[in-house]
Design a protein around this ligand. Structure first.
Ligand code: AMP
Length: 400
């Protein structure tokens, strides 16, 4: 029997990331990135069977981008229109109060995702464009939306409620939704597997540290808190986003620097975080600059680590103790300094990082705490595409 294959699509405002994979084995057949859609000077990079094809040309919209990707699939021997793929899984950023599990996409679902754009104006419209483009090219293949917010749907009221006028909160859907849920769910599940213990028996803290960054606290496999909020702007210091700040700063800047909504949006989402403080958002470059004596880079790193420890402390208390602390995503998986500094000096809480295990050249899921430590410190590569593909198959098989 042919193995099941799923196309996973992550559609951004000017890009489409995609992967064709076999969810049973996790084998990636092909993957690629279409960039600069609608901006002129577009490009595609498509990799299949260890061969990478690149092409530069204008890509006016998402359908054109996906059409180009499909042409590259065909060129590398995987014609998606005849390959009989089982489903297409879409990463959809905001599911609001409505969607809390992976959902088969029909017209009503698509409309609701579109309506939720008020909560995620940059992301949901792009997700909708990706879904419409796939519909045009693969009209008979089931499409499934996997929501970044879904895992956090059941957060306790005290963790998800902002202390503002409750009528205003209700009218405008203001609450903590949380993001990166697919990653937090996948990684916490893998952590339980690695420890050989049922997730129901574990208290966990998971740091997803990529260009975007968030941390979650889980009790018995369910999240009890997470750092991102109504939008993915709250919480940890990120590559270009500020994370937490005094809301009064926004009012102050509107009054004194005369920034309007778009100016504030640009400042906090694109011109803050590591880039705002040090001029770079890539952690490797930040490290080079710190090593070269750049004081702004050092200060940015210190703020980044201070915030990690702040959340670690809060979630340790939220949970009343923790069995595992796990790092994932680009920085979490690859940067031993961040892991060591985030957890330094915490032996009295049972948290210790073994320097050799932490700096060992390794890629897979691994423990980096000494064997007898009460708290397991882990590094677990995230794999959102695989999680989305598996969810898409489950939903398609159930037909719901
Ligand atoms: P992500 O959003 O998960 O792709 O993560 C992107 C971030 O991970 C960037 O800040 C990169 O600098 C960082 N990163 C990726 N690979 C490495 C690496 N090998 N060493 C250190 N940082 C890395």
């Amino acid at each position: 029997m042919e193995p099941i294959r799923v196309l996973v699509v992550n559609s951004g405002s000017s890009s489409i990331k995609y992967q064709l994979l076999e969810p049973d084995s996790g084998t990636i057949i092909a993957s690629g990135l279409v960039e600069r859609i609608g901006e002129g000077g577009g490009a595609i990079e498509h990799t299949a069977d260890d061969r990478t094809l690149t092409e530069h040309r204008d890509i006016p919209d998402h359908t054109a981008g996906l059409r180009l990707a499909f042409a590259k699939f065909a060129e590398t021997g995987h014609d998606l229109t005849t390959a009989g793929i089982t489903a297409v899984g879409h990463r959809v950023v905001h599911g609001g109060e409505v969607f809390y599990r992976p959902t088969l996409i029909d017209d009503a679902v698509l409309n609701t995702v579109r309506e939720l754009s008020t909560l995620a104006p940059l992301h949901n419209p792009a997700n909708v464009r990706g879904i419409m483009a796939v519909r045009e090219l693969l009209p008979d293949t089931p499409q499934v939306a996997v929501f970044d917010t879904a895992f956090f749907h059941g957060l306790p009221a005290a963790a998800k409620t902002y202390a503002i006028d409750s009528k205003i909160a209700e009218t405008h859907g203001i609450r903590r939704y949380g993001f990166h849920g697919t990653s937090h769910e996948y990684v916490s599940g893998r952590a339980a597997e690695l420890l050989g213990r049922p997730p129901e028996t574990l208290n966990q803290i998971v740091f997803h540290l990529g260009n975007g960054a968030s941390v979650s606290a889980l009790s018995g496999g369910r999240p009890v808190d997470t750092s991102m909020g109504l939008t993915p702007l709250e919480g940890l210091v990120m590559g270009t986003r500020s994370g937490d700040l005094d809301p009064g700063i926004i009012l102050h800047l509107m009054r004194t620097a005369h920034l309007d909504v778009d100016g504030i949006d640009r400042l906090l989402n694109r011109g803050s975080g590591l880039r705002g403080m040090a001029g770079v958002n890539d952690f490797r470059e930040l490290r080079h600059r710190i090593d070269a004596g750049d004081t702004a880079a050092r200060a940015a790193y210190d703020v980044y680590v201070h915030r990690l420890r702040h959340y670690l402390g809060a979630y340790l208390i939220d949970l009343g103790g923790v069995d595992a602390v796990t790092f994932t995503a680009g920085v979490g998986e690859n940067n031993p300094d961040v892991r060591a500094d985030a957890l330094a000096g915490l032996h009295r809480f049972g948290i210790v990082v073994d320097p050799e295990l932490n700096t060992a050249k390794a890629r897979g899921p691994r423990r980096i705490s000494p064997p007898q430590c009460p708290v397991q410190v882990l590094v677990i590569p995230t794999n959102e595409e695989l999680a989305i593909a598996r969810a898409a198959v489950t939903v398609t098989e159930k037909g719901q």
